[in-house]
Design a protein around this ligand. Structure first.
Ligand code: S3P
Length: 180
C-alpha cells in the first residue's frame, strides 16, 4: 500500500532540461519554497559537486544526495529540483514519489547538449558520468535513465516547446487540476 504523498512538486529529468530555472519560476508562481538539491548538497558539504566526484567518487556523491533528499522531502509546499541522477537509487525514487507530484522535464538530445555547453556553471557542477565526456555521453546516459524517469513521472513536459514561464504555468495548471 502506497504511503500518502506530501504536498510538493518534484522536477526530475536529465541535465540541461531546465529543472532549476523552471523550478524558480514555478515557486514564484505558487509562492512555494524553491529547493535545488544540488545546491543543498554543495552547501552542506562546503564543496562543489565536481570536487566531491573527483575526490570521493560518484558513490560518495550519491550518498550525500540521498541524505539531502531524505531531509528535503520531509517538508511541504516546495518545488524540489533534483539532480539528473537522483532517480538511480530505488530508495530515492520512493522518497521522491512520497514527496509529491513528480514532473519529468524532457528535451531532445541536441537541445540538452547545446544547453549544457552554453551553461557557464557546467564545468564546476557537472562532472562527466562516463569516460565519453559530458556532451558526448548525453544520448547514452539519457537512454539508460529514461525508464526510471518514466516510471516515476506523474506528468511529462518537453521544455524545448515552452518558455520557462510558460513551462511553469503549464505545471501549475496541471497541479491545480490534479488537486481538483
Ligand atoms: C548528475 C546531475 C547533476 C548533479 C551531478 C550528477 C547526474 O545535476 O547532480 O553532477 O548524474 O545526472 P543536474 O541534473 O542538475 O545537472
Amino acid at each position: 500500500m502506497d504511503s500518502p504523498r506530501r504536498s510538493n512538486i518534484v522536477l526530475i529529468g536529465f541535465r540541461g532540461v531546465g529543472k532549476s530555472s523552471v523550478g524558480r519560476a514555478l515557486a514564484a508562481l505558487l509562492e512555494w519554497q524553491c529547493v535545488d538539491t544540488d545546491a543543498e548538497i554543495e552547501a552542506a558539504a562546503g564543496r562543489t559537486i565536481r570536487d566531491i566526484f573527483a575526490t570521493d567518487g560518484e558513490a560518495a556523491f550519491r550518498q550525500h544526495e540521498h541524505d539531502i533528499l531524505s531531509q528535503v522531502t520531509a517538508n511541504e509546499r516546495q518545488i524540489i529540483s533534483v539532480g539528473g541522477g537522483a532517480v538511480l537509487r530505488a530508495d530515492n525514487r520512493a522518497l521522491l514519489h512520497e514527496a509529491g507530484l513528480c514532473v519529468w522535464l524532457t528535451a531532445p538530445v541536441a537541445t540538452l547538449q547545446a544547453r549544457i555547453e552554453a551553461d557557464p556553471s557546467s564545468a564546476a557542477t557537472r562532472p562527466a558520468l562516463s569516460s565519453a565526456g559530458v556532451i558526448q555521453e548525453v544520448a547514452t546516459v539519457l537512454a539508460e535513465r529514461e525508464p526510471l524517469y518514466a516510471a516515476l513521472a506523474d506528468h511529462v513536459l518537453d521544455t524545448s516547446q515552452h518558455s520557462i514561464d510558460d513551462a511553469a504555468a503549464q505545471i501549475a495548471a496541471y497541479h491545480a487540476s490534479f488537486r481538483g
